[in-house]
Design a binder for this molecule. Structure first.
Ligand code: HOZ
Length: 425
């Protein structure tokens, strides 16, 4: 035990008390054959582990930290809010401000309900869609991940893909049978599905930029096609913008691709690093929620003052500073640099990127869906991952996850990352 690192010692203790030693599977380094680093602190684009190692961080808490770690304005807002108490289970002034700002910035949202996680947002949006349409079936796409509620754990991405459990044990068969799974980016199969089951389908849920099988961009016409088919059949189109919301632009993927869903799910960035999710849409649908309508949905800590304060401050900063062009430039430099390094070494690869969201797939030359992603060479990823970690770059420990660039990553951090990549391939 004497020569172990502090992270190793903490990990051996954690596995005795917490399943797998982690409170969310994606944090385990199992699929890359390592033990997780225990993180002590974060500042800007860097995290520090318990052993005193510092890393340029591209996990950024799996997406929320678009402004980087410990942003001073977010911390100040939290400190001020905290002085008045931490939770009331009653409405507070900032929740209105937050709803107003979300409705202003996200094109399809008129009304919004705050929850505490992305999982809650998608689960509630599906219930609302079923209540609104009076239908039971839903359509999702393989490799998309919409949180861990039963009916959405069918051919799921993220940790479910990383650990080869795309269909979870314990999800009732009768419920999963209501979920139709189709290939991403394949509008023909969607058309065929609707010819057969159209009148039974309540909703189609999709990540408009997929971020949980690595990053997969929508091919031209895919999102528009989904919109048209849903509108024709009366099914609701749900965009899961938990990752893409406020990430690929202020108005999310719906603004970028100019396709409006009926319902939008948000999370990650809107919590500024605290637990928040949200779902929203037009008044005619949203007012079916209790206490106005008959679709029940609730939460003790929904709209929690601290979470709203961190989220609202983050959204205000994004609106004020509009960092998206700068994020685009840095991320393009990173992706181009990585591409040049891989090409010079004669390796086959595909780098998928939308703004500050990107993925590198090794050993394949295009990735348009989950099947393509599954062909990527995981052993090359695993050695790349551990070499990068050794050199001070912290990537998500899975070939099926995205890299997140934040406003706190400076040009020098990108160049450092490229130097490390050059030596790590
Ligand atoms: N969407 C995140 C990873 N792709 C989820 C993070 C988690 O599962 O902990």
């Amino acid at each position: 035990m004497g020569n172990n690192t502090i992270s190793e010692e903490l990990y051996s203790k954690a596995v005795e008390l917490i399943p797998g030693g982690v409170n969310s599977p994606v944090r385990a380094f199992r699929s890359v054959g390592l033990h997780p680093r225990f993180i002590k602190s974060g500042s800007g684009c860097r995290v520090m582990d318990e052993d005193g190692n510092s890393f340029v961080d591209y996990v950024c808490s799996w997406g929320p930290l678009i402004l980087g770690h410990a942003h001073p304005e977010v911390l100040e807002a939290l400190a001020l809010t905290m002085k008045d108490g931490t939770s009331f289970g009653a409405p507070t002034r900032r929740e209105i401000e937050m709803a107003e700002l979300i409705a202003e910035l996200v094109p399809s949202i008129e009304m919004v309900r705050l929850v505490s996680s992305g999982t809650e947002a998608t689960m509630s949006a599906i219930r609302l869609a079923r209540g609104y349409t009076g239908r039971d079936k839903i359509v999702k796409f393989s490799g998309c991940y919409h949180g861990h509620s039963d009916g959405l754990l069918a051919k799921a991405g993220s940790g479910a893909a990383t650990f080869s459990i795309p269909d979870s044990l314990g999800a009732p068969k009768s419920l999963v049978e209501q979920t139709i799974v189709l290939p991403y980016n394949d509008i023909e199969s969607m058309g065929r599905c609707f010819e057969e089951f159209g009148s039974e389908i309540a909703a189609v849920i999709v990540e408009p930029v997929a971020g949980n099988m690595g990053v997969v961009c929508p091919v031209p016409g895919f999102l528009r096609g989904l919109r048209d088919i849903c509108s024709k059949s009366g099914a609701l189109l749900i965009f899961d913008e938990v990752i893409s919301g406020f990430r690929v632009g202020l108005g999310g993927a719906q603004e970028l691709y100019k396709v409006l869903p009926d319902l939008t799910c948000l999370g990650k960035i809107i919590g500024g690093g605290l637990p928040v999710g949200a779902f929203g849409g037009p008044r005619r649908i949203m007012e079916l929620l209790a206490p106005v309508g008959g679709v029940y949905q609730a939460g003790t800590l929904s709209g929690n003052p601290l979470a709203v304060s961190a989220g609202l401050t983050t959204l205000k900063i994004l609106k004020r500073d509009n960092p998206y062009q700068s994020l685009e430039n840095k991320s393009a430099r990173l992706a181009d640099g990585l591409g040049k390094i891989l090409s010079a070494k004669g390796l086959k690869f595909s780098i998928n990127r939308v703004g500050s969201l990107l993925s590198v797939f090794f050993g394949v030359d295009k990735v348009n869906n989950y099947e393509d992603a599954g062909k990527a060479d995981r052993s090359v990823f695993n050695s790349f991952f551990s070499n990068m970690l050794e050199r001070g770059v912290y990537l998500a420990p899975s070939a099926f996850e995205a890299w997140f660039v934040s406003a706190a990553h400076l040009g020098a951090d990108i160049e450092f990352t490229l130097e490390c990549a050059e030596k790590s391939i």
